[in-house]
Ligand binder design. Structure first.
Ligand code: PTJ
Length: 269
């Protein structure tokens, strides 16, 4: 048994039958419900997760080749960045706190809490989760500045973080802020299961994959690429085309559905 599990986590794990075909997915839902009770998640985060689950289903719940390509480009960009920052919201903190902290450590970058449904109670709870996972410095409740390009609560950013960052990694984001950050000449790496979202279409690099799979893979890739030199990182970036990669993701979903439908028809009654 995992000794880091709390009593709550253990009782949830025993609640879902071990042989349930969708056990992992159900456990993630339970994690989110708990995070909602603990002020980490916004209620709307459950709805956002449901949309993500649907796209993940269409992607075969696996990190596909196009996602691996963008993870590679994202790792190179993070290594080339002068001042990268990881932006954390409720869903990311609920599902991947420890992996985010490991990634921040690998890149040696700051983490900043930035919420669409900003609420000081949630900021405090998310900060606690990140600190418990090992984060040394978490921004988002410090000296904030308002960025004029944006109208939602996400416009309030840290002077020591997103405001001065050249590269920002974010997940489950709304299109408005992605557009605003790109307008401010920042490079945005977005993790979004929906290749059709405005965030996916606007970001500099889009990772069409689940945050639960892609964040550990990104940390691993950063570690591997650290052994190469700057010219190798630049070559990776220059060979990456986000629009083409997104088109591959959309084509993958469409072909997968066509194959599944053909299989169904050819199956004996
Ligand atoms: O914590 P807050 O207050 O900042 O609020 C966060 C949410 C997620 C509620 C807010 O940003 C929101 O409403 O997001 P959207 O506009 O619903 O966008 C979420 C996107 O993330 C959608 O395109 C989903 O398909 C996608 N998504 C959902 N779950 C995952 C995901 N992408 C990657 N991994 C997931 N696990």
């Amino acid at each position: 048994m995992d000794n880091t599990q709390t009593g709550d986590e253990r009782s949830i794990r025993s609640l879902i039958p071990f042989n349930h075909p969708r056990r992992e997915s159900l456990l993630i839902r339970e994690k989110l419900v708990k995070a909602l009770e603990n002020n980490i998640l916004a209620p709307q985060g459950l709805i956002a997760h449901g949309r993500g689950e649907c796209f993940d289903y269409l992607l075969g719940e696996k990190t596909q080749e196009f996602a691996e390509k963008s993870i590679n480009a994202a790792a190179a960009l993070l290594l080339l960045a002068k001042y990268p920052v990881i932006s954390v919201n409720g869903n990311m903190a609920a599902l991947t706190a420890k992996d985010l902290v490991d990634l921040a450590e690998e890149i040696n970058c700051k983490m900043e809490i930035n919420l669409f449904y900003r609420d000081e109670k949630r900021i405090k709870a998310i900060k606690e989760v990140l600190e418990k996972a090992g984060a040394k410095e978490v921004l988002g409740d410090d000296d904030l500045i308002t960025i004029p390009e944006l109208f939602s609560e996400r416009r309030r950013v840290s002077r020591k973080g997103i405001y001065i960052a050249d590269v920002i990694l974010l997940g489950l984001e709304d299109g408005d802020r992605t557009e605003a950050l790109v307008k401010m000449d920042k490079k945005v790496i977005a993790i979004d299961l929906n290749p059709l979202s405005r965030t996916s279409m606007t970001a500099s690099i889009t990772i069409v994959d689940n945050i639960t799979r892609s964040i550990p893979l990104l940390a691993k890739r950063v570690k591997e690429l650290k052994t190469k030199d700057k010219r190798e990182w630049e070559k990776i970036i220059n060979n990456f085309d986000n629009k083409r990669n997104l088109a591959e993701a959309i084509k993958f979903i469409s072909q997968r559905l066509e194959n599944l439908s053909a299989d169904l028809i050819s199956r004996p009654q």
